[in-house]
Every structure is written in C-alpha cells, then in structure tokens.
Design a protein around this ligand. Structure first.
Ligand code: 3MF
Ligand code: MG
Length: 344
C-alpha cells in the first residue's frame, strides 16, 4: 500500500533542538544536505517558507529573488523532488512583531503584503501553485490592542491581494489558536474556511489542518478534517501529535494518542485524500535531546505509523462497526477499535 500516498515535510522539521530555555543541542544542517535526506526517508515533497528557499530575501530585489528560487528548483530537480507549497514567513522580521496583515502600523501591513507577493513569485519559480498561510502573529496578547472586526477585514483584503496578484495560485490557511499569540483571529478550521468565503475567489482558498493546532483549540483533528472535506477545502495537512494543552509540541504522528491518529487516517483514506495530488504533509520535530545522527527518525517513524494506520483502517471490520452502531452498543464498538489497534 505504500506508494499510494506521497509525503512531504519542511526543512525546519530537521531541527537544531533549541527551545526558549536552553542552548541548541544539534548542529545546523545545510539545506542542500537536508534535500539529500528526503528520498532516503521516503519523502517526495518539500514544504517551504519563502526564506527557506531564498534566505535573506528582504535584502534582495524581486528579480534576484526569482533567480535564486530558480536555482533551488534545479536542486529539487536534481533530487527528483517536488515543491509542495511556499508559506510567507511573516513572524521573524521586526516589521511583523505585532502581526503582518493585521498590524496597526500601515507600514508593517504594507511590508506583509509585499512579502506575500514575493512569496508567490518564489512559488511560481519552484513550480507549485500552493501557498500556505500560517497567520502566526495575526492576533493579540491583550484584546484591547486591536480591533477584531477590522482585523478580519484586513485579513480578507490581504488574501484578496494575493489572489489578484496571481490567478494560478491557491491558498491554504493554516489555523492555530495560540502561540506565539495569546489568541489568534483564525483559530480553527471553521474560521479559516469562513475567511475564504470573504475573499474575491473562495474556490481558491482552502485550509491546511495541523493535528496539534486542532488539539490546542480543544477540537478533534479528524472532525476538523471531515468538516473541510465536506466543503472540499482540505488542500493539505500538517500531521503531528500533541500531548494536551501546552506549547505546540509537533510530536511524531500518533505518538501521544494513536487512536486519534487512526481516526485522522481513517477519514482521509475514506474520502480519497491524496488522489488529486495532495501530499500527506508532516509538521513534526525531533525530541529536543535526540542525538544528531538519529534526529530524522521522527519523520520516517511518522510516515511508517501513517501507512500502518492506513492498513489498519482498511482492515477494520466495517460491517461490525455498522452493526454495533445500529445497535447503539458503543462500549463494544469502543473495544472493537481498541482491539484492532492492539492487533488483538
Ligand atoms: C507553527 C507551524 C508552522 C507552519 C509553517 C508553514 C513552523 O505552529 O505549524 O511551522 O506550519 O510555518 O505554514
Ligand atoms: Mg504547521
């Protein structure tokens, strides 16, 4: 069954191990070296932030940016890899400190819109039509600092600007309820999809659902996926796991709650996710103290768990599920699923 799904991750998923309280624990790995690892780990797609492809892009002209992105395209060709998406990194430049599109400062909003256009240029050069928008700082630490109605107007205008800039691109909004903000304006799948309907071309706006982000919002990721699938809005996913309500952990897929991972795989596989070229995207980090030489196992392990769960989903006795559901014997259904996951 492997091979029916294509997998992707971003270069940031091979990570130095730093956290806000301590030193980095692993050496940085150069981008070119990371690219060489993709196929070996079983991955065909690369997710990009704009500046993963073109570092230091704020200091370059639009033409220089495209030229550098084209060089990256050649590197991908050399490795037989596809670019899955490009996401504008709108949270590290000092001009995005209070958000980009929703900043109170018009100069900062202008920066965010310009940067988003350069991000689209990079996507075109890398030959992908998908832009992911993680709206990192589009929120507040204290409610009174921004106008929440105006913020949503501004987000819709910013998306409109991107849609108008290039008629061939699609945008997948990646909702997240918190971190680095106290509260964000687009915390859930429903918010992200509703924002899409405020824009000039809702057909081209969908979502990127990250398991951990849904869990941080107190929601079940598989139900979030079902909601997006019902609207045909699931443009991509960021599978990972999360142990309760705390900082965003980006744990290996299924490692905190295998059943919750099974439910995500079940809904994706049932509705033919991937059949129209969607990647199974991961957004996972190695454990902070994992040694350098083995700090890619979280990626191959997440893929292995996904494929194993596809097998388990397909071998589940669905007629038994139906019969127990009809009989309202939920306790027995519960045990059926647990036994199935335990291989019993
Ligand atoms: C943050 C995230 C981000 C986004 C990425 C692509 C660093 O919680 O999940 O990963 O996925 O920026 O949009
Ligand atoms: Mg993510």
């Amino acid at each position: 069954m492997a091979g029916e799904y294509r997998f992707s991750f971003g270069p940031w998923n091979i990570h130095e191990g730093s956290d806000p309280f301590g030193p980095t624990v692993r050496r940085k790995i150069a981008f070119a070296k990371k690219l060489k690892l993709y196929k070996k780990l079983g991955f065909d797609g690369v997710q990009f932030h704009d500046d993963d492809a073109v570092p230091g892009m704020d200091k370059l002209t639009a033409r220089q940016i495209v030229k550098e992105a084209k060089d990256v395209r050649k590197m991908l060709d050399g490795e037989g890899l596809a670019a899955e998406f490009v996401a504008p990194r709108l949270w590290e430049n000092p001009q995005t400190i209070d958000g980009g599109y929703t900043s109170n400062d018009p100069a900062c909003r202008k920066y965010a819109r310009e940067r988003s256009r350069r991000c689209i240029d990079i996507a075109v050069a890398l030959k992908t039509d998908l832009i992911v928008l993680w709206l990192a700082r589009e929120g507040t630490y204290i409610r009174e600092a921004k106008d929440s109605k105006l913020a949503v107007d501004r987000l819709a205008e910013a998306v409109d600007d991107m849609l108008a800039y290039h008629s061939g691109i699609k945008i997948a909004i990646e909702p997240k309820p918190n971190e680095p903000m106290d509260h964000t304006y687009i915390p859930t799948t429903g918010h992200a999809m509703a924002l899409g309907y405020l824009t000039r071309d809702p057909k081209r706006v969908g979502v990127n659902i990250e398991s951990a982000h849904a869990i941080l919002a107190g929601l079940d990721p598989s139900d979030e996926m079902g909601f997006a699938l019902a609207y045909d809005k699931l443009f991509t996913v960021h599978l990972n796991d999360q142990n309760g309500l705390k900082f965003d952990q980006d744990k290996s897929f299924g490692s905190a709650n295998l059943r919750r991972a099974f439910d995500q795989v079940r809904i994706l596989d049932k509705y033919d996710y991937g059949q129209r070229g969607e990647f199974v995207g991961l957004d996972v980090k190695a454990m902070r103290t994992q040694k350098q030489a083995t700090a890619t196992k979280h990626l191959s392990n997440s893929r292995t768990v996904f494929l194993k769960l596809v097998e388990l989903s397909r071998s589940l006795d669905e007629s038994r599920v139906e019969a127990l559901t009809a009989d309202r014997d939920y306790e027995e259904l519960d045990l059926l699923i647990m036994n199935h996951l335990m291989g019993a």
